[in-house]
Design a protein around this ligand. Structure first.
Ligand SMILES: Nc1ncnc2c1ncn2[C@@H]1O[C@H](COP(=O)(O)OP(=O)(O)OP(=O)(O)O)[C@@H](O)[C@H]1O
Ligand code: SF4
Ligand SMILES: [Mg+2]
Length: 404
């Protein structure tokens, strides 16, 4: 197996620890951190719960059309954790907000978002509102923007129940207490009467998780749920997310700009660049059988077990392209050490990139009843075979791009 030397197996890293393995032992709440990994949770079923087909989002602006999301397709199974990873501006949030009809009116959205076979993009607003927060819920990066400062946490949680269910308010409040308890808020009964500002950042994010699971959703979309928190609290929150996934049997779409947190946390990874998926596959495939130079660049910029904490090893030089004026050919070509004339003239399709060289190492591909292949390793690169042949694909980014 070809392997980047600074990357331990994903299963060896606890969620949120990143790949440097920093252990988080205590919580702000006093709870002991047990470092659960994805392997300790219930695995995905073979049933597809969400399928996104050719999702495209454009924003007309005075400067031109921003092509924020281009032809995004993926599938999510029950209880699966799929992570969407990419640099700032790569279209992670816009593609996820589009699923739930949360984009501004100016957005031009096309494609299909099939939730249990129903197309959310073709649904009436009223029906979509009824699904939102009940069957598909969202956790945002900053809980303060999602929580109302003038209402108690208990009232807000109860309101999330009452918005979808005709139950006595007392029952809704009791459910709120159970959820706070489940996400690890001590003295949940008393804390129901607290206001958001009376909680720490990590506790507020736990409240957001409670809010997201209170109606037993099938899918939780977590958009950078821990970016604003310190490393120790990040680990606890991500672990809590895995735990509640099992409690409510939901799938998670986990959005992050940090490939390091994905290890041990996601079954599959979708890497986005310039609004488009450039690599998708089982987490092990993406980490150890990397087939796209951009992914290799991201892996090479994760701090290793031996590097000083926070040190970036080999950052990818340059910046992502303008989404108004995308370069001709592969959008990564201006930053790619492997770029040649072919790359600069034609954008590579997202295509199977396993090939004979991968042999028996590849992850099993599941074919659903309607012929969708899940788990397939796809990459958008004309030269993926060069990565397949390399001992350490991250080395392409060493010394200004000398071939390993
Ligand atoms: N309402 C809008 N009008 C015009 N452009 C927009 C709008 N919303 C987002 N964009 C652009 O769409 C692109 C994708 O944005 P998005 O928020 O999805 O990025 P992201 O991958 O989530 O980044 P980050 O990691 O910073 O959250 C960006 O270039 C952004 O500027
Ligand atoms: S297509 Fe060419 S430029 Fe794009 S990632 Fe692959 S090698 Fe690099
Ligand atoms: Mg975002």
């Amino acid at each position: 197996m070809t392997q980047s030397p600074n990357i331990p197996p994903p299963s060896a890293a606890a969620p949120g620890q990143g790949l440097d393995g920093a252990a988080a032992v205590t919580a702000a709440t006093g709870e002991v951190h047990t470092a659960k990994t994805l392997e300790d949770t219930k695995g995905p079923t073979e049933k597809e719960i969400l399928r996104v087909e050719n999702l495209t989002v454009e924003f007309p602006t005075d400067d031109g059309v921003v092509r924020a999301v281009r032809d995004v397709s993926y599938s999510l199974r029950e209880r699966e954790v799929l992570s969407i990873v990419g640099e700032s501006g790569s279209g992670k949030s816009v593609s996820s907000m589009a699923l739930l009809g949360l984009l501004p009116r100016s957005a031009r959205v096309s494609g299909k978002v099939l939730y249990r076979g129903q197309d959310l993009l073709a649904m009436r607003q009223k029906d979509l509102r009824s699904l939102r927060g009940r069957k598909i819920s969202m956790i945002f990066q900053d809980p303060m923007t999602a929580l109302n400062p003038v209402h108690t946490v208990g009232d807000q949680l109860a309101e999330a129940v009452l918005a979808h269910e005709l139950v006595p308010p007392k029952h809704a409040l009791e459910r709120a207490r159970e959820m706070l308890d489940l996400v690890g808020i001590p003295q949940a009964g008393q804390r129901l009467r607290s206001y958001p500002h009376e909680f720490s950042g990590g506790m507020r994010q736990r409240v957001m998780i409670a809010m997201a699971i209170i109606n037993n959703p099938d899918v939780i979309i977590a958009d950078e749920p821990t970016t604003a928190l310190d490393v120790t609290v990040q680990a606890q929150i991500l672990e809590k997310l895995l735990e509640v996934k099992d409690a409510v049997n939901s799938a998670i779409l986990l959005i992050t700009h940090d490939l390091g947190v994905v290890a041990g946390l996601a079954h599959r990874v979708l890497v986005m660049y310039a609004g488009r998926p450039v690599e998708i596959g089982a987490t092990d495939d993406v980490f150890y059988r990397t087939r796209m130079p951009y992914t290799a660049g991201l892996l090479g910029s994760i701090p290793s077990m031996t590097s000083a904490h926070g040190e970036r090893l080999r950052p990818i030089k340059g910046t992502p392209p303008s989404l108004i004026n995308l370069p001709e050919g592969c959008p990564f070509s201006p930053r790619c050490p492997l770029a040649d004339d072919t790359c600069r003239s034609a954008e590579p399709p997202l295509a199977p990139a396993n090939g004979a060289s991968r042999g028996a190492e590849g992850t099993e591909v599941i074919e659903t009843a309607d012929g969708v292949r899940i788990g397939e390793h796809l990459a958008a690169c004309h030269h993926w075979e060069r990565l397949a042949a390399a001992e350490d694909p991250t080395a392409f980014f060493r010394n200004g791009g000398i071939t390993p």
